[in-house]
Design a protein around this ligand. Structure first.
Ligand SMILES: [Mn+2]
Length: 425
């Protein structure tokens, strides 16, 4: 596994070497984030920094430059009293060796790193609030030009280097995403008896997340568990509502397994059986999802995938008597936007909404090796015609291949009959 990080660092260096100017990338561990007073939120590693180094703990920075023969790893020497509270640090030497990096240990890494930026013209910095990389960049920017001769004068976002790398998943990454998807579904499946017992949304969310943890995963993002009208709120969080007979329940959740995420959305009838209207709604969204997925292959614009879903949703809304008119005219004026107000999906990987300008960017192009979610939905904030206030969304995680795609969620039962069968105990 360590080889992967060395290779990634090498690729960054090769990218920098394409420039005639002395250029460097500086990335740091994410800082601790205060929750209140002297307690912090659980520590979460920075994805870019992790991607290049495999390091998941705080206090490190890496400098990769086209005029340095090796990368430099800067480690913050913890104060003695910190060790009492947080435990002894790992072997810095071993971590640096694994990355084939020069090790610099310092109690104030920022000051130390600055020395190594002398002679660098272009600096790719990390736009993470409180990171050593951003703090140092801001300090340099504030220093009057005549006082920073020989220091970087051009500052670029590190996404310009990292985005192109992280968007394309290697086989080991796809394997971890698939494993995360599997854990997500196994956990989802295990909460189905609770749905039929009509507990509260929050109990379902808690049990789901417990399921992730006992399967060796983490909670990838706050689970959305919304029943009835709640499901029409796109990012509904922390629902306390009790499930009601005859309503639909939407669950959008994802386990994080060895740093990689799954992200799936499913819909269940609370009493285990879809009524005829729910069946109709469900099938429209299912058809929209699968029509969109059918369009995916290397080189396809996201707009094409989005439109395939929007067209099915539009035609469904016409059949429901909610929209009136010709499909082509309705598509042109985007009449569906009132009921399908979001994009078709996002890249997925180390982050739920992974790096890359794919989200809400219909002109973006899907390429072989990308992992992208497809998640059309229909939302009714209030009773609309014969449809009661509710929300439906179905979401799969897709690997783009040369001639099509591989649906990492293809093993999940999804027809109306399949879902009812899953809920039969
Ligand atoms: Mn998603």
């Amino acid at each position: 596994m360590q080889e992967i990080y060395k290779q990634r660092i090498k690729r960054v260096k090769n990218k920098l070497s394409q420039s005639q100017r002395a250029s460097a990338v500086l990335l740091s561990s994410s800082p601790s984030v205060s929750r209140s007073r002297d307690t912090n939120y659980p520590y979460h590693r920075d994805s870019d920094f992790f991607y290049l180094t495999g390091i998941q703990i705080k206090g490190f920075s890496i400098l990769i430059s086209n005029n340095l023969s090796r990368p430099y790893l800067f480690a913050e020497q913890p104060r003695e009293e910190k060790i009492i509270w947080e435990g002894p640090p790992p072997s810095f030497k071993k971590i640096a060796e694994n990355l084939n990096a020069e090790l610099v240990i310092s109690s104030s890494p920022g000051i130390e790193i600055k020395k190594y930026l002398k002679g660098v013209e272009v600096l790719y910095f990390q736009n993470i609030h409180g990171s050593v990389s951003l703090d140092l960049t801001l300090e340099l920017l504030k220093t009057p030009s005549h006082k920073r001769f020989d220091y970087p004068i051009t500052f670029n976002h590190s996404d310009l280097i990292l985005e192109e790398m992280r968007l394309y998943k290697d086989p080991s990454e796809v394997k971890l995403i698939s494993e995360a998807v599997k854990i997500t579904f196994d956990s989802l499946r295990s909460v189905l008896p609770l749905i039929c017992r009509k507990t509260k949304e929050s109990e379902i969310a808690a049990t789901l997340e417990y399921g992730f943890r006992i399967r060796g995963a983490e909670v990838g993002f706050a689970s959305i568990v919304g029943s009835g009208r709640s499901a029409a709120t796109l990012h509904y969080i922390g629902g306390e509502r009790a499930l009601k007979n005859g309503e639909l329940l939407l669950i959008d959740c994802g386990a994080e397994y060895q740093n990689y995420l799954g992200d799936i959305t499913r819909i269940f009838p609370v009493n285990g059986k879809f009524n005829s209207l729910q069946r109709e709604l469900y099938n429209i969204v299912l058809d929209a999802k699968n029509s969109a997925i059918a369009r995916i292959k290397d080189g396809v614009r996201i707009r094409t995938v989005y439109s395939a879903a929007a067209r099915v949703l539009t035609s469904g809304l016409v059949d429901l008597g909610i929209l009136r008119g010709k499909i082509s005219a309705l598509m042109k004026k985007q009449a569906y936007r009132e009921y399908f107000p979001h994009g078709i999906g996002h890249s997925l990987g180390l982050d739920a909404h992974d790096i890359g300008r794919l989200r809400n960017n219909n002109l973006a192009v899907l390429k072989k090796g990308m992992v992208f979610t497809v998640e059309p939905g229909l939302y009714f904030a209030k009773k609309t015609g014969k449809v009661p206030a509710c929300g439906l969304r179905l979401e799969d995680d897709i690997l783009v291949t040369k001639n099509g795609c591989k649906n990492l969620c293809s093993f999940i039962p999804e027809t109306v009959e399949d879902v009812e069968e899953l809920m039969r105990f």
